[in-house]
Design a protein around this ligand. Structure first.
Ligand code: GLU
Length: 307
């Protein structure tokens, strides 16, 4: 049985609870909610907490999403509770001969000559054909292996509501890190399928990861989702917005007298869904939302925005 296909279709927002959400994250969350809501999908939140987390960040993030008017179908799924599901996917791939152990350090990968015809940045294949004896030697040297997918395609094509058909590289990417943690690229695919997610809306910085993830979905017996990689929010230097850019969270902005309603209004305006200064709520945005009329360029956010 393919689990995802028995569930009602859903969209999702999947923050990493490493700190407070900034305006760029909030804008992506609003878009994910709008895409789901206007296509009769349910909507879920998933906390991607396999990496660095900050205590209480999850609660603050959920509080901010609620303050913007978003709702979702509970429970909020935490990836840290799903380790058995990731392990079972990794075991299944291994049993099917679709993985290999990789002992390379990052430096060795960077310095290795790339495989003939391999795209730039692809794993060079160093450990792909190790013999049992070579693997035993490396293990004896004390370096724990990462697990990589044994990919049989150099590229894969996904369908994206903003980018059309997008073809990108698939290499022998890591599915389990050498400290035993499941890799993001694996966890995201396992969870999207398990939660019935057939529409993935997220920042354009992840567009180049989508072919790997969609390909892995097919290997695990799932239909890849349809994607919408939405434009990023950049700072005045045209660099991806981050918390270092000053007042960019709801808390910072509130301290400067900017209300949540004003933040939503600026987000809506940046998406061409509201006039300057117009107060809007999510219900109004649902009525106005048209995916094909969204801006395709990043939103450049400067401190002047809130003057
Ligand atoms: N957790 C990732 C992030 O916060 C998003 C992953 C995804 O949406 O697939 O950037």
């Amino acid at each position: 049985m393919v689990l995802g296909e028995t569930l009602p279709p859903a969209g999702r927002y999947a923050p990493s609870p490493s700190g407070e959400l900034h305006v760029g994250n909030l804008r992506t969350a609003v878009l994910a909610w709008l895409f789901a809501r206007t296509t009769d999908r349910s909507f879920v939140i998933r906390m991607e907490d396999l990496d660095r987390t900050a205590v209480g960040a999850d609660r603050r993030q959920l509080g901010d999403l609620t303050a913007l008017g978003m709702d979702w179908v509970p429970p909020v799924v935490y990836q840290s509770t799903r380790l058995a599901a990731y392990q079972s996917a990794i075991d299944g791939l291994r049993d099917a001969g679709r993985t290999f152990e990789c002992f390379c350090t990052r430096r060795e990968i960077q310095e290795a000559p790339s495989a003939p015809h391999a795209p730039e940045g692809a794993y060079p294949g160093t450990c792909r054909e190790l013999t049992d004896a070579e693997r035993a030697d490396r293990r004896a040297a004390g370096r724990p292996p990462a697990i990589r997918l044994r990919s049989d395609t150099p590229e894969f094509t996904v369908s994206d509501l903003l980018h059309g058909r997008y073809t990108g590289m698939v290499d022998d990417f890591v599915v389990q890190r050498n400290d035993g943690t499941p890799a993001y690229n694996l966890a995201v695919v396992v969870d999207d399928a398990a939660q019935g997610i057939d529409q993935v809306v997220r920042g354009a910085d992840l567009l180049s990861s989508a072919p790997r993830q969609a390909y892995l979905a097919t290997l695990l017996g799932h239909l890849p989702p349809v994607y919408a990689h939405v434009p990023m929010v950049l700072n005045a230097k045209r660099i991806r917005l981050s918390k270092r850019d000053g007042a960019v969270t709801l808390t910072d902005l509130a301290a400067r007298g900017v209300t949540v309603a004003q933040v939503l209004s600026h987000i809506a305006q940046s998406l061409w869904l509201a006039d300057p200064g117009e107060v809007v709520d999510l219900a109004t945005l649902v009525e106005r939302f048209r995916p094909d009329a969204l801006p395709h360029d990043p939103w450049i956010l400067t401190a002047d925005e809130w003057e």
